[in-house]
Design a protein around this ligand. Structure first.
Ligand code: ADP
Length: 172
């Protein structure tokens, strides 16, 4: 399994089969990651999303990617910090449900943004532990998936992810 951590924009991941959307319950375009993904994918994405909405915190659904350079978009609803509980479990479910969809659809590469850490207010340092704990728990079950990329918007998130990746690679 190749695990990569980069600073960048989730809509510019040309080498990746599936990108993950930090979605809202109604799978609306909205702001943040969802706004950027819908804008780049075109209106057909929302057309496909409408039939799949609403989704619950922790759930994930898959659609085509239309004008994006990817094959699929996996839409996850992260927990709103302080509101949707238990938040750790719900955030972990976003990642494990995304991995499950990759296996079901024979997807070999996926890119994640830092789900729930924007508008939904999850502290990035707590979120990154949930992300890597889930990854470590699931990694042995992944057969089709060969590459996992974490695409961070800020320098501080990048540093958090880099530090965590170093930690787990020392143990691997
Ligand atoms: P949520 O509602 O789940 O908190 P947001 O879209 O508000 O999701 O933000 C999640 C994280 O993604 C935040 O760290 C935010 O800075 C970052 N982000 C926003 N736009 C992009 C983008 N185009 N590519 C990658 N990350 C992004």
């Amino acid at each position: 399994m190749e695990i990569e951590v980069v600073r960048g924009d989730i809509i510019a991941q040309k080498d990746i089969e599936a990108i993950v959307n930090a979605a809202n319950a109604n799978l609306f375009p909205g702001g943040g990651v969802a706004g950027a993904i819908h804008k780049a994918a075109g209106s057909q994405l929302y057309e496909e999303c409408r039939s799949l909405a609403p989704i619950l915190p922790g759930e994930a659904v898959i659609t085509r990617a239309f004008d994006l350079p990817n094959k699929f978009v996996i839409h996850c609803l992260g927990p709103v910090y302080g509101k949707d509980k238990p938040e750790e479990e719900l955030l972990a479910s976003c990642y494990s449900n995304s991995f499950r969809l990759c296996e079901e659809n024979k997807i070999s590469s996926i890119a994640f943004p830092a789900i729930s850490t924007g508008i939904f207010g999850y502290p990035p340092k707590e979120a990154v532990s949930v992300v890597f704990n889930t990854l470590l728990k699931e990694i042995k079950t992944l057969k089709h998936l060969k590459k996992i990329k974490f695409v961070l918007f800020s320098e501080s998130d990048l540093r958090l992810y880099e530090a965590k990746l170093k930690e787990i690679e020392a143990d691997r």
